[in-house]
Design a protein around this ligand. Structure first.
Ligand code: UGA
Length: 439
């Protein structure tokens, strides 16, 4: 690479580790930092602390090329760098929907102590609009009179397809009005610009808001198609046809129109709440986003009612097999997964829960009591009174339905991801309940 930059990335979660590894893979010299010594130790031994397809290969390649290293010491990584990325978590605070920015601010303080003048601080963590201004004040307090710009560079990658999303983004957003900082960020993203990816340079506050607006829009889009699914069930239409017909309108687009049990994950639930909070603080009401949040929570709870309904209103003592636990496929992340209220509500009604997930078991075990976990879907479904598909893992798309039906106590399928055509499942002996069309 022509003009490699020295980059420090603080935080080795999904965003930090993927960004650091991909920057290094492009040829930049990257040091990833995490205060968690166990995590850094694991990375230094060639391990990967999160489940993300393809990430291990990129990390290995970048380390071998000598472009990627790991440390627990912020000062070592930041001292000589051109750009220090803040990629630490912004969890929802315990008391309200507001994002907890304490990690971001602490990180900014640590960077400010050691960064060289002329280098830039870049926020990649998802932070409410105006956070860049606070970070800037923290830096000014620590280094009065010095020029250290603070840039917003939000990330749009999805768990499960993070590497592809990072290296083939729809756009890169850079929020700064500082010409020097803009030049540094453009140099960092040069490989993407060279391949024709859109790079949008805006004022910092706009960049911060673009991130939340994107996530809120996508959450609303999913919620919209989920509501259409409810209507389809009532009027005997099929939501898959609606998604196809509506999505072909180029003004709407085909993505994020897959009806399901409600969105979850570490982003949409948290970011929609944080956006509502920000708006409220400024006297603005975001009615569509507020409705989206409520409709999605209600939907997640309603999915358990669906299961009860198919089992004639009574799940007491019934063995229910939950296939898929994570909030979506290709991740081990359980945060705000629709499987959580599903299992809790069914247990409260007296059901005996058995569960299978190819990657989420370890995280799920920390959340539930009295759930029996299984190594494979058939073991999970044996003698069950119903199977519930919660996540569309690839392995769950290729089950031998005849075998599944034959080992169950009663072959009842509740397919909340539209994995199987109801007719095909019915032919194998299943009583089928699905979403977005009558079984
Ligand atoms: C989301 C955004 O898609 C990313 O662009 C963003 O960078 C990320 O949040 C973030 O803010 O860090 P992610 O939460 O990893 O990414 O997962 P998505 O693929 O967006 O799925 C979120 C939820 O929506 C899942 O529960 C998924 O099952 C659900 N979903 C998604 C649907 O029910 N239907 C769809 O058509 C699409």
């Amino acid at each position: 690479m022509e003009n490699p930059k020295r980059i420090a990335v603080i935080g080795t979660g999904y965003v930090g580790l993927v960004a650091g590894a991909c920057f290094a893979d492009w040829g930049h010299r990257v040091t990833c930092v995490d205060l968690d010594a166990g995590r850094i130790d694991l990375l230094n031994r060639g391990g990967i602390p999160i489940y993300e397809p393809g990430l291990a290969e990129v990390v290995e390649r970048a380390v071998k090329a000598g472009n990627l290293s790991f440390t627990t010491k912020v000062a070592d990584a930041v001292a000589g760098c051109d750009a220090a990325y803040i990629a630490v978590g912004t969890p929802p605070s315990k008391t309200d929907g507001e994002a907890d920015l304490s990690f971001v601010f602490e990180c900014a303080r640590q960077i400010a102590r050691v960064i060289r003048p002329g280098a830039v601080i870049v926020t990649k963590s998802t932070v409410p609009v105006g956070t860049g201004d606070i970070v800037e004040r923290i830096v000014e307090d620590a280094r009065p009179g010095e020029h250290i710009p603070v840039v917003s560079n939000p990330e749009f990658l999805r768990e499960g397809s993070a590497i592809n999303d990072f290296t083939n983004p729809d756009r890169v957003v850079i929020g700064t009005e500082d010409e020097g900082a803009k030049a540094t960020l453009l140099a960092i993203y040069q490989p993407l610009k060279a391949r024709g990816h859109a790079v949008v340079v805006t004022r910092r506050r706009s960049a911060e808001l673009i991130k939340y607006a994107s996530n809120a829009f996508l959450a609303a889009k999913i919620t919209f198609i989920n509501e259409m699914a409810d209507l389809c069930e009532a009027v005997e239409a099929d939501v898959a046809d609606i998604a196809l017909g509506v999505g072909l309108d180029s003004r709407i687009g085909p993505h994020f129109l897959h009806a399901g049990p409600g969105y979850g994950g570490s982003c949409f639930p948290k970011d929609t709440l944080a956006l509502i909070r920000t708006a409220q603080e400024h006297g603005v009401s975001l009615r569509i986003v507020e409705e989206t949040v409520q409709a999605n929570s209600a939907r997640k709870r309603r999915m358990a009612m669906k299961v009860r309904h198919v089992l004639h209103g009574n799940v007491e003592g019934k063995k229910i097999a939950i296939l898929g636990l994570t909030f979506k496929a290709d991740t081990d992340d359980m945060r705000d997964s629709p499987a959580i209220p599903m299992i809790e509500l069914l247990q409260r009604s007296g059901a005996e829960i058995h569960a299978y997930d190819p990657q989420g078991e370890a995280n799920a075990k920390t959340l539930f009591e009295d759930v029996t976990f299984h190594e494979d879907p058939y073991g999970c479904a044996a003698q069950a009174d119903a199977v519930v598909f919660m996540t569309d893992w690839e392995v769950l798309k290729h089950l031998d339905l005849a075998r599944l039906a034959s080992i169950m106590e009663s072959p009842v399928m509740i397919d909340l991801r539209r994995i199987y055509p109801p007719e095909a499942a019915a032919r194998q002996g299943f009583v089928v309940e699905t979403i977005g069309r009558l079984g």
